[in-house]
Design a binder for this molecule. Structure first.
Ligand code: SF4
Length: 277
């Protein structure tokens, strides 16, 4: 693990305070973290009522029929039934979705949320993904750089208010990014957490877009097997005690046998960034 920010994050979420909280008084008042920076939408435009209704009908009809199907079969269904371009969200923890989608869904973009806080290893995986796959890789960034956010809201907001930080650096950029798409594919798995254990294969999000979870029934071992069988790009952190990788500032290694996601926002009650709620 080579991101220096990670070390700072380890102290942050175990209750210690950092320079942004106790440091010098800023020369102007800090902004309220509940108020996002101006200049960009914070939500996704709703699809039309007609299109939303079409998606709901697809979910009602096909969810029971796709349950138990393979990820490949689910993606073949996407290619047949979804019109328009599909966004494939990539955490760069692994590249399973890119591999699965590439030859099955012909109109798809890979999307990487660059929070500005990722591990160097994660950025390197993103670079290799761009080289290896034909699908366009679109990088989505928050309105503010990390330095600008520190200046506007106080240094290291992830320490004092990780929910606001995730909202401004993940949830809202994803919401803006989804505007041109009618569907998105995620790598959520039911085994990820208690909160995700009932995730369906197909869903309709709050904006009427289809959300497709092709590997929802996979186990962590299934992911490992697929990576090996297809010689996928490896994020080296997954071999160094990081089974679930988010921002370097908010991810700790996990001991063997521990809950794989327990290293995310460790020491706080936060378990989700909000992208999949
Ligand atoms: S995980 Fe969320 S709180 Fe932590 S740095 Fe990333 S965006 Fe901020």
């Amino acid at each position: 693990m080579t991101n220096a920010g990670a070390a700072a994050g380890i102290t942050a979420l175990t209750g210690l305070v950092g320079p942004g909280i106790t440091g010098a008084t800023p020369d102007r008042p800090l902004k309220d973290p509940e108020v996002s920076p101006a200049g960009a939408p914070t939500t996704t435009t709703h699809l039309s009522a007609e299109q939303s209704a079409v998606h709901r009908a697809l979910v009602d009809e096909w969810n029971p029929r796709l349950e138990g199907k393979t990820a490949e079969e689910i993606l073949d269904w996407v290619n047949t039934y979804v019109t328009g371009t599909v966004a494939v969200t990539m955490s760069m923890q692994d590249t399973v979705l890119a591999e699965l989608v590439q030859d099955r869904v012909h109109d798809a973009d890979l999307v990487f949320l660059d929070t500005g806080y990722h591990f160097d290893e994660t950025y390197e995986v993103a670079r290799k993904v761009d080289e290896r796959y034909r699908l366009p890789l679109k990088t989505v960034e928050p309105v503010l750089t990390v330095a600008e956010q520190d200046r506007e809201y106080g240094a290291n907001l992830y320490r004092s208010n990780p929910t606001a930080c995730c909202r401004m650096r993940k949830v809202e950029p994803l919401a803006r990014m989804l505007n041109p798409y009618e569907a998105w594919i995620s790598g959520v798995k039911r085994v990820d957490s208690e909160l995700r254990k009932n995730t369906p294969v197909l869903d309709v999000d709050r904006t009427g877009r289809l959300k497709i979870n092709p590997i929802v029934a996979w186990t962590d071992q299934d992911v490992e097997d697929y990576i090996e069988e297809h010689d996928l790009i490896i994020n080296p952190l997954t071999r160094q005690g990081y089974p679930s990788i988010g921002c370097a500032t908010c991810t700790l290694p996990v001991a063997p046998g521990e809950d794989p996601r327990s290293g995310r926002w460790a020491g706080s009650t936060k378990t989700e960034c909000g992208l999949h709620l």
